[in-house]
Ligand binder design. Structure first.
Ligand SMILES: *[C@@H]1O[C@H](CO)[C@@H](O)[C@H](O)[C@H]1NC(C)=O
Ligand SMILES: *[C@@H]1O[C@H](CO)[C@@H](O)[C@H](O)[C@H]1NC(C)=O
Ligand SMILES: *[C@@H]1O[C@H](CO)[C@@H](O)[C@H](O)[C@H]1NC(C)=O
Ligand SMILES: *[C@@H]1O[C@H](CO)[C@@H](O)[C@H](O)[C@H]1NC(C)=O
Ligand SMILES: *[C@@H]1O[C@H](CO)[C@@H](O)[C@H](O)[C@H]1NC(C)=O
Ligand SMILES: *[C@@H]1O[C@H](CO)[C@@H](O)[C@H](O)[C@H]1NC(C)=O
Ligand SMILES: *[C@@H]1O[C@H](CO)[C@@H](O)[C@H](O)[C@H]1NC(C)=O
Ligand SMILES: *[C@@H]1O[C@H](CO)[C@@H](O)[C@H](O)[C@H]1NC(C)=O
Length: 183
């Protein structure tokens, strides 16, 4: 019985190992990463649908220290978004991952046509010493800040207008009374 359970366990462990090892070497680089402070420059921080953004990695690393650069774009639900215009794309746990050579630090990404509030751009640097650095940048939909102040301005104007109208309404009978008293 114990042997049987052991065999069953072995079988299950085996089935877990197979999909993991089926992942490409590139995807395995994403398993152990270190957060870093390199910059991800994007043509705009404002998220818009169906728009192409140029994503550039700014690091101070010499080219010979870098194996590859990897880029991903994720929705708030961590689903892969949009399209990378690059030669090599890997499917890493269902996330489209753009693979750039050590001499390529930029790629164009086109946002999807659907309505999304924000997108997280993730960049990874695979170093020759077998470590992987990562950094992220979030693009957000523009907050409607421009309409808010202009909405309050007409409000305060109409407040002033209505209050002077109110004064006029009060003053009119007073004027009539005063003129009656004078005559
Ligand atoms: C990033 O961190 C390294 C050391 O941790 C530091 O030397 C470098 O100046 C930092 N770069 C930026 C852009 O903050
Ligand atoms: C980042 O991108 C902006 C807009 O494309 C550009 O003006 C700026 O110079 C870039 N910054 C760096 C450090 O390359
Ligand atoms: C997305 O952009 C492309 C190119 O700018 C355009 O041809 C296409 O009609 C756009 N799609 C939608 C749904 O707006
Ligand atoms: C580049 O790699 C060499 C050799 O591994 C190392 O000595 C050097 O510190 C690395 N440079 C940077 C900026 O990481
Ligand atoms: C990516 O791989 C997953 C399985 O790991 C699969 O379910 C999915 O359909 C693949 N996506 C694409 C776009 O090939
Ligand atoms: C991004 O797209 C622009 C416009 O199509 C093009 O000029 C540029 O070379 C592209 N950059 C990269 C890194 O593919
Ligand atoms: C991205 O690519 C897919 C399949 O290649 C295509 O159906 C979709 O329209 C593309 N989206 C954009 C925004 O270009
Ligand atoms: C986009 O989403 C916002 C908020 O969820 C909604 O008010 C708006 O109508 C949506 N627009 C489209 C075109 O679906």
């Amino acid at each position: 019985m114990a042997t049987f359970l052991f065999l069953v366990q072995l079988l299950f462990i085996g089935t877990h190992i197979i999909p993991a090892s089926a992942q490409t070497e590139t995807c395995n680089w994403l398993q152990t990463t270190t957060e870093s402070n390199f910059t991800i420059n994007v043509t705009s921080d404002v998220y818009q649908a169906n728009t192409t953004y140029l994503v550039t990695i700014i690091d101070n690393l010499p080219e010979e220290n870098v194996t590859n650069y990897l880029l991903q774009a994720l929705s708030p639900q961590k689903a892969s978004l949009g399209n990378w215009s690059v030669e090599e794309i890997e499917n890493c746990s269902s996330i489209n991952t753009a693979v750039l050579k050590s001499n390529q630090k930029a790629a164009n990404w086109t946002s999807p046509e659907s309505n999304i509030t924000s997108v997280e751009i993730r960049a990874y640097i695979r170093l020759k010493d077998s470590s992987t650095l990562f950094s992220t940048k979030t693009l957000r939909k523009e907050a409607k800040t421009t309409t808010a102040p202009s909405a309050t301005t007409p409000n305060s104007v109409s407040m002033v207008q209505s209050s002077s109208f109110f004064i006029a309404v009060i003053q009119l009978p007073l004027l009539l009374i005063t003129s009656k008293l004078l005559s």
